[in-house]
Design a protein around this ligand. Structure first.
Ligand SMILES: C[S@@+](CC[C@H](N)C(=O)[O-])C[C@H]1O[C@@H](n2cnc3c(N)ncnc32)[C@H](O)[C@@H]1O
Length: 268
């Protein structure tokens, strides 16, 4: 599918989401824990220090002027098969998290990051910044297949004083397998790469295998393509998915078995 067709489809899906989404302040959500997240977490503004840090991250990244090749990992690289080297800041503008969703990640990290965080898809580290800032005493493991991206992210985040990150240059599958073999257990996951059907289901399943009993899994771009729509639909049917929250861009899955199975489409 061409990029223009994909954008048009995405726009149509966004209109449907705007019409269907509810629970803006959490009203109608039965689970107290999820009510409090939507009612309080989603609406509260982010700490000013987090906003200042995000600006420092961008400025520091801009100062890295050496061009690097674009990643060939994942479905995004198939849609725009441009591997021409460019600056990390330019690449980050294409793949990095927006301010609005970065701040949401920060809040989700403050709520659920206590038992450790795993991000699949570091890119240049923009989302890693928000995840690590939300839980400064937790370890954030972040996995990136492209060495140049990983090394740049590490250098930039360290320069702005983010120290609780552990960047691993590996494929998502190999790294999650390794964590499982080491009996690692983590509480919050952010899947942000390889956005196609089979890999998304596979990575989701791998995250549930290394998640704590109340793990929360965030998936980015759940409506980005027909493939991702299908993946989101399949994941919601899994028994490991107890509550799902569709925010259009992010899908959030709560895996705690004590929760009654329920699906929400929340206006964000
Ligand atoms: C959308 S970008 C991540 C953006 C990043 N989270 C941010 O907010 O700035 C996806 C990244 O995942 C990496 N990636 C995709 N599939 C991968 C895989 N199977 N194993 C390792 N890295 C992968 C790509 O190289 C790319 O850097």
């Amino acid at each position: 599918m061409t990029r223009a067709k994909n954008r048009f489809k995405l726009f149509r899906k966004l209109i449907v989401y705007k019409l269907k989404s509810r629970h803006r302040k959490g009203f109608g959500i039965h689970s107290p824990a999820i009510f409090s997240l939507v009612n309080k977490g989603f609406s509260e503004d982010c700490d000013i220090s987090v906003k200042i840090g995000a600006t420092a991250y961008k400025q520091t990244l801009k100062r890295v002027t050496k061009s690097i090749p674009r990643s060939t990992f994942g479905a995004g690289s198939l849609l725009s098969p441009n591997t021409k080297p460019t600056t990390p800041a330019a690449i980050n503008r294409e793949i990095g998290i927006s301010k609005k969703h970065g701040e949401l990640l920060y809040k989700l990290s403050t709520f659920y990051g206590r038992d450790g965080i795993l991000e699949l898809g570091t890119g240049l580290g923009s989302a890693t910044y928000y995840l690590a800032s939300g839980s400064p005493t937790s370890r954030v493991i972040t996995v990136e297949g492209h060495r140049d991206y990983a090394e740049t992210a590490k250098a930039v985040l360290e320069q702005i004083g983010i120290t609780n990150i552990d960047i691993r240059v590996e494929t998502f599958t190999n790294e999650t397998k390794r964590i499982k073999e080491e009996n690692g257990r983590l509480g919050l996951f952010f899947i942000d790469g390889d956005h196609s059907y089979t890999p998304t289901l596979e990575h989701f399943k791998q995250c549930t295998e290394i998640g704590t009993e109340d793990a929360v899994i965030i998936i980015d771009d759940i409506h980005w393509s027909d493939d991702m729509d299908r993946a989101w639909k399949s994941i919601k049917e899994y028994s490991s998915c107890r509550v799902s929250v569709d925010l259009f861009r992010f899908g959030i899955i709560f895996t705690n078995k004590k929760l009654q199975k329920q699906h929400y489409t929340v206006r964000y």
